[in-house]
Design a protein around this ligand. Structure first.
Ligand SMILES: [Zn+2]
Length: 288
């Protein structure tokens, strides 16, 4: 994976007066742990203000999805307490999950988008409280691969999770929506009968994540972005894109919290497989 040439720094600088004892304690912590002053102050502020900005919250694992563990295990109401931005899917793989500015949406395989009730359930979800660490403009995007390469420049490390939000007018966008799975179907079988859609001149937002290669047994490595149009009428899992002048915002996540389902289906599933090939077939741009 290509690394950014230089770190793009946080955009805000804080000047403040603090007591000698707090300053001494801060210096002591930095010496003890090797953390930077920026890191200690950011973490302490986030904790005290209840804004755990750099924590990625995940429900279940990607391997479980590959193995067909689709039973919803956490409610939309609960998911909303862990973040305001993210993506997922619904009970029995019924469409694509979108979470933007604290609202949750369900893209259906007939092309429609609705807001599910808080008691709807999801078998897989990834979310964060989104607050941009870095932002910029993507002047021209010619394809999915080109988009991924351009987002790479906004990431600081191949080993951190990164939340990615992109807003703008998409000249062309191609996306899929999973169809409800039949009992016993694996992810590859279920996504072989997904619905695909193409739109031109779609004003909207892409939301999702870059996940490190080492996360391949529990997340979906690489870029994973979902679309929601500004009129809330179109949405899905992005496969290809062409656009100009997009606003990009990214947030690093260096804490990962995973909630594992206690459903019988999950407890009894064989999750010892390497899901890489199945995931790239089911989730990648080549998926048909
Ligand atoms: Zn997806």
């Amino acid at each position: 994976m290509k690394m950014a040439k230089s770190k793009i720094p946080y955009s805000q600088m804080l000047h403040t007066n603090i007591s000698d004892s707090l300053m001494n304690a801060l210096n002591h912590r930095c010496e003890q742990t090797g953390e930077t002053l920026d890191h200690v102050v950011q973490e302490a502020l986030a904790k005290s203000l209840g804004v755990e900005l750099h924590t990625l919250f995940q429900v279940s694992t990607a391997t479980a999805l590959v193995e067909g563990v689709y039973k919803g295990c956490v409610t939309v109401g609960k998911i909303k307490t862990y973040g305001d931005f993210g993506l997922g899917t619904y009970d029995n793989l019924d469409g694509e999950g979108l979470m933007l500015d604290g609202r949750v949406w369900q893209a259906h395989s007939d092309g429609s988008v609705t807001e599910p009730t808080d008691d709807s359930t999801a078998p897989f979800w990834v979310s964060v409280k989104f607050e941009a660490d870095r932002s910029g403009t993507l002047e021209s995007v010619s394809s999915w691969a080109d988009l991924c390469a351009q987002i790479d420049a906004y990431r600081n490390s191949a080993n951190l999770f990164t939340a990615v939000r992109i807003d703008g007018l998409f000249d062309e966008i191609h996306y899929r929506v999973a169809c409800k799975a039949e009992p016993g179907e694996t992810l590859v079988q279920a996504t072989s009968h997904q619905s695909e859609f193409s739109f031109t001149q779609c004003q909207g937002t892409l939301m999702g994540f870059w996940s490190p290669t080492y996360s391949r047994t529990f997340n979906i490595p690489g870029y994973h972005l979902h679309l929601l149009s500004n009129d809330f009428k179109h949405g899905g899992h992005v496969l290809d894109i062409q656009a100009k002048n997009l606003k990009i915002q990214v947030m690093d996540a260096d804490n990962v919290v995973m909630a594992l389902p206690e459903t019988a289906q999950f407890l009894n599933a064989d999750l010892s497989q390497d899901p890489t090939a199945a995931l790239s077939k089911a989730e990648g741009a080549q998926a048909k």
